[in-house]
Write a protein that binds this ligand. Structure first.
Ligand code: SAM
Length: 220
């Protein structure tokens, strides 16, 4: 049973008692998502109309922040996200993300959640969403992407999501200069990414959060 919890920057997150794991950093859910996925991923990419692939749709926070970027910068964005355990509507409402981030686009946050699964849905004229209800460890990834937001639960909690076979698949699914960002900077993850061919950077983590995060780039 998912539990709602506030984090240090005032934004909420979810806690999974069975895994003893949070969806985001308790030092700031919004701060973490903005830093790792938007700043270090989306804004770092020079692709005019990026294709984003997210592992773990969850609360839709990363998707909402990406949509807001698309609108603000008039940057057409296609967003695909894989999720095995969609979060129920009642919890989504209680998270109050749009209220705290961008109340004028509240309806768009809920539109991300009500969008049909398994098909591409235009959310705005600049942002399309394709939600895939599937197990990432079994799902053959189709299409080519410019940015991967790798936002699985931690390797200690879900080791099956963090292995070389899966990172190789993500590498193959990326265009040249494509990037993958993740909050996990563990040596084992870094080495796996390098073994797949990625150029891996350790970057400073979010303000008041983790010391380091990773960005992996497909250079050739
Ligand atoms: C750390 S949470 C992050 C979610 C999301 N990015 C967010 O901002 O709320 C990890 C997500 O991965 C999902 N997940 C767990 N196992 C999965 C699997 N095998 N395949 C796809 N998604 C999975 C969880 O349900 C959860 O939504």
């Amino acid at each position: 049973m998912l539990q709602l919890e506030p984090t240090a920057d005032g934004s909420n997150t979810l806690y999974v008692p069975e895994l003893q794991e949070h969806y985001h950093s308790i030092k700031g859910a919004l701060t973490e998502s903005m830093h790792i996925f938007i700043e270090m991923g989306l804004r770092h990419s020079t692709v005019p109309s990026p294709h984003v692939l997210e592992i773990g749709f969850g609360t839709g926070l990363n998707a909402f922040l990406t949509l807001l970027e698309a609108e603000q910068n008039k940057r057409k964005t296609s967003y695909t996200s894989i999720e095995l355990f969609p979060v129920g509507e009642e919890i989504i409402q209680r998270l109050k993300y749009p209220e705290g981030i961008c109340p004028e686009h509240k309806d768009l946050y809920y539109k991300l959640h009500s969008a049909e699964w398994g098909t591409t849905v235009p959310i705005t004229s600049l942002f399309t969403l394709h939600k895939i209800e599937a197990d990432f460890t079994q799902y053959p990834i189709k299409g080519k992407y410019d940015i991967v937001y790798f936002d699985a639960f931690a390797p200690e909690k879900q080791p099956e999501m963090w292995n070389e076979r899966l990172f190789k698949e993500l590498y193959s699914a990326l265009n040249i200069n494509g990037i993958l960002t993740t909050y996990c900077a563990k040596g084992t993850v870094r080495r796996m990414l390098k073994a797949c061919g990625f150029y891996v950077e350790r970057l400073p983590g979010p303000p008041k959060g983790k010391r380091e995060i990773l960005r992996a780039t497909k250079t050739v």
